[in-house]
Design a protein. Structure first.
Length: 317
């Protein structure tokens, strides 16, 4: 492959750059002689910082600008946090590779004055910073004494706001903190019995042009098959529920013997209704497990919960 070139589109945030540099370095190791360039840019999600994520209501908030670069042939691949990549991609693009997942759990990060506290023992009314409806609904369900306040901006900005006293604690993905070298800020990993993580959390997704066989072959070396199976099951579940990235939908996936076991939940925003169930099946057909689980939750009323949320948060036309 000597002499060939690969252009990577990436967001500009610190976390996005750490992730993209990792992909670049791994591809360089696998393909000596491949020339790799990174084009970093801001996305809509990076620019609109004064509106709650759920209210923007647009799918592909963190991905559209990167995708446009591939469609006009100014980039060959885009590196995303898989959880930010919508389950339906624009015509002409495909999810070419899923990398090995880090711990997909959410983490509690507390202000220094709460070092001796847990979610359960934080004082009444303690302010949790999150703009994730998924985190909000599940934590409200288990910890009605907590209150919730939107927080936008990248991980570093959020931590600065926490340390400045705007919040008592934050909930952040453990994987993002780890990749930024901020794992020491993790006060408590949140157990899946309390809160399920987002679809695709902790894995990277590499998008490319559909049918670009040469590029696909180059990036496939980074594919981690067990992670890909888990994430394809999770994404099929989300797609079947027609949930975007801003809905209170959570998952957990694991292997038991040869089978893939998928747990999923849908919750109302007040945390009062929470439907949670599990499906399992042969790991070679992960999407079937995700679809079956979605049907199982729909049969228990998940559709009505989601309709009510869409009606409440959808921006005025
Ligand atoms: C999406 C959500 C959030 C991000 C919604 C959710 C969190 C927003 C918030 C779809 N994207 O998780 O329910 O808490 O206010 C994001 C992060 C990472 C990727 C940061 C984080 C890093 C971890 C990873 C933002 N996207 O969740 O702490 O690679 O999974």
């Amino acid at each position: 492959m000597a002499g060939s070139q690969l252009r990577i589109a990436s967001r500009r945030s610190q976390l996005a750059m750490v992730q993209t540099h990792w992909v670049r370095d791994e591809l360089a190791k696998a393909h000596p002689g491949l020339e790799i360039a990174i084009e970093a840019m801001a996305t809509q999600g990076d620019k609109i910082l004064d509106v709650a994520l759920a209210k923007i209501g647009d799918k592909g908030l963190f991905t559209k600008e990167l995708e446009a670069q591939m469609l006009v042939d100014r980039a060959d691949i885009a590196v995303h946090s898989l959880k930010d990549l919508p389950t339906n991609l624009p015509e002409g693009l495909m999810l070419g590779c899923i990398t090995e997942r880090e711990d997909p759990a959410d983490a509690l990060v507390v202000h220094a004055k709460h070092q001796d506290k847990t979610l359960a023992t934080l004082p009444d009314g303690a302010v949790v910073g999150t703009s994730s409806l998924r985190r909000l609904a599940q934590l409200r369900h288990h910890f009605p004494h907590l209150t919730f306040k939107d927080v936008r901006g990248n991980v570093i900005t959020r931590l600065e706001k926490l340390d400045a006293g705007e919040y008592d604690c934050l909930i952040l993905a453990a994987a993002g903190l780890g990749r930024l070298g901020l794992g020491d800020r993790i006060h408590e990993l949140i157990d899946p019995s309390i809160s399920l993580h987002a679809v695709g959390q902790g894995a990277l997704g590499i998008e490319c042009r559909d049918g670009d066989a040469a590029v696909l072959a180059q990036i496939k070396v980074l594919e981690h098959v067990p992670t890909a199976r888990r994430c394809l099951a999770e994404r099929a579940f989300l797609r079947e529920l027609e949930g975007g990235c801003q809905v209170p939908i959570g998952v957990n996936s694991r292997f038991v013997g040869d089978e893939l076991v998928l747990t999923g939940m849908v919750a109302s925003l007040d945390g009062v209704r929470l439907i949670r169930d599990t499906c399992q099946g042969p790991q070679e057909d992960p999407e079937a497990i995700g679809i079956a689980l979605a049907h199982k939750l729909r049969a228990q009323g998940a559709g009505e919960i989601l309709e009510a949320i869409f009606a409440a948060v959808r921006p005025e036309a």
